[in-house]
Design a protein around this ligand. Structure first.
Ligand code: E4P
Length: 214
């Protein structure tokens, strides 16, 4: 499973890139708003730090507006991916961009039907929002599992980005459910790599090392 960072924070990306963990980045308007910077500047900077795909979301709701934004964003960097909402207009824009060879990420996927339509429209990536489904009492990870089954069954090329990942269980289950990618907030990383038995083991080794004749 590939690992994307779900953030618009350049310093966070720079720090985590050093660990060799960042296969790509996803952003959304809410994450960009937190940075208080110009959208284009943020995306261009992220694209220069990360060699993998970087999703930048359009805000238009009509096809013409989406395509206008997409064509502009696509000029910013070779690794930029156009993120589009899962709507009728989003599907039409996805199909058009597919024909033009521009990569897309269809976001806000909450059902197998939505994911299947986005994949058929030519989405490079589809993003089921696991945490937001869990929030309303629906099993978000079941959606990831079912989408993987459907994509494989019909030989559809889209890759699943498990999104709205909130805790370590989501991360681990996304890998088991067959997500091609999990996109996670940087704040979750220490939770992934830390374990109390690891810390305890280091303490014990260091204490024992003191007994070794020097
Ligand atoms: C993914 O592309 C989205 O940016 C993100 O995962 C949304 O997560 P949230 O539900 O925590 O806002």
């Amino acid at each position: 499973m590939k690992f994307y960072l779900d953030t618009g924070n350049v310093e966070e990306i720079k720090r985590i890139v050093k660990l060799g963990l960042v296969d790509g980045v996803t952003t959304n308007p809410s994450l960009i708003a937190k940075e208080g910077r110009i959208f284009k500047d943020v995306i261009k900077e992220i694209c220069s730090i990360v060699s993998g795909p970087v999703s930048a979301e359009v805000i238009s709701l009509d096809v013409a507006g989406m395509l206008k934004e997409a064509h502009e964003i696509a000029q910013w960097a070779p690794n930029v991916v156009i993120k589009l909402p899962m709507t009728e207009a989003g599907l039409e824009a996805t199909q058009q961009l597919y024909k033009e060879g521009i990569k897309t990420n269809v976001t806000l996927i909450f059902s197998v039907a939505q994911g299947l339509l986005a994949a058929k429209a030519g989405a490079t990536y589809i993003s089921p929002f696991v945490g937001r489904l869990d929030d309303i009492g629906v099993d978000g990870m079941a959606l990831v599992r079912n989408l993987r089954q459907v994509l494989d069954q019909y030989g559809l090329a889209s890759e699943i980005i498990a999104a709205s990942i909130r805790h370590i269980g989501h991360f681990e289950q996304a890998a088991l459910a067959g997500a091609h990618i999990a996109t996670i907030p940087g704040s979750l990383l220490p939770v992934l790599w830390k374990h109390p038995l690891t810390d305890n083991g280091i303490d014990r080794f260091l204490k024992d090392w003191e007994k070794v004749p020097k």
